[in-house]
Write a protein of this length. Structure first.
Length: 319
């Protein structure tokens, strides 16, 4: 089934991905560092670790994989348990388990699972496109000191006839130094301007890649954690025709494809809801609502009732 593929996808968005009956992969952000010995700059990263004690099923991995393969939660859970059983069997035989883009696991002499993360993968999306950089020291030439040293080594004999020519050469010498300094400064300004343009293009390209990844992400219905219930008191806003304006929507899910949104609407109708298709959000995902209301208090009461059976429901108000 390739369970590590779904684990890798979730590590970009979550700090903890639990594999039922096996353990949990955790991520922790590490700040950028500069190695003074090698003059190497390393960007911020997410460091992966493994915890063998966290074996419960929070629903995140199974729900995501089931939504991706368009099968039920129970069917995917059975597949996950089967693959986890194969992982454990290989580890008990002393074999090393290699998970693509995640790392390598093995058991020590005490029977505990050891983990070595993949070093070439950075799951921190804010550092997308950034890599380590070796800094080159800048060598500056002090022209004035070189000219003074040259004058000390070469003796000059001035005569009354040659004094005027010597004075002219003196001015020409410093004029050449000034011209060289201006040329160097202009070249440095052009390089700095070009470097800024290159960095701006790199930032724009990285932002486009992150936005594209978010738009291609698959959203699923099952929520891994149950959020606490919040009671809000709102005032009714007078409109020209309030009965025709349903601005409070109880969201059932956001889908990448319109066909999945239509399937969700048919499922909700069979369950007795009055679902509605709300169009697409800024990420291009198709929104589906359990119910829509004109009054905020009625919407909150309905939300509390729906969340007794549908933990993933949430309220969206359009102003």
């Amino acid at each position: 089934m390739g369970l590590e593929h779904y684990i890798s996808d979730l590590l970009y968005r979550y700090n903890c991905v639990m594999v039922p009956g096996f353990g949990a992969f955790l991520t922790q952000q590490k700040s950028a560092i500069l190695d003074e010995n090698t003059r190497t700059f390393y960007p911020p990263i997410k460091v992966i670790s493994f915890n063998q004690q966290l074996v419960s099923n929070d629903g995140l991995l199974v729900s995501y994989a089931a939504e991706s393969q368009h099968i039920s939660f129970e069917e995917m859970l059975a597949q996950v348990e089967e693959e986890v059983g194969e992982w454990k069997l290989n580890l008990e035989k002393g074999k090393r388990l290699t998970l693509t883009h995640i790392g390598e696991l093995w058991t020590n002499t005490e029977g505990k699972i050891q983990f070595q993360p993949e070093e070439n993968i950075n799951y921190l999306t804010s550092s997308f496109g950034m890599s380590s950089l070796v800094l080159t020291p800048i060598t500056r030439e002090i022209l004035k000191e070189e000219v003074a040293e040259l004058e000390e080594k070469i003796p000059f004999t001035f005569t009354p006839e040659a004094r005027e020519a010597s004075t002219l050469r003196h001015y020409l010498k410093y004029a050449a130094v000034v011209l060289l300094a201006l040329t160097t400064g202009f070249a440095g300004f052009q390089w700095h301007k070009k470097n800024q343009s290159t960095q701006q293009l790199a930032r724009e390209e990285a932002q486009q890649q992150v936005t594209k990844r978010i738009q291609e992400a698959t959203f699923f219905d099952a929520a891994p954690l149950e959020l606490p219930t919040i009671t809000l008191k709102t005032a009714k806003k007078a409109t020209a025709n309030p009965s025709s304006e349903k601005i409070h929507h109880i969201i059932a899910g956001a889908f990448r494809y319109r066909t999945n949104a239509d399937k969700k609407i048919q499922q909700l109708k069979k369950q007795g809801f009055n679902p509605a298709y709300l169009g697409t959000n800024p990420f291009g995902l198709h929104m589906v609502a359990y119910e829509s209301f004109t009054d905020a208090e009625e919407a909150l009461e309905a939300l509390h009732a729906i969340k007794r059976t549908q933990k993933d429901a949430w309220l969206k108000s359009v102003r």
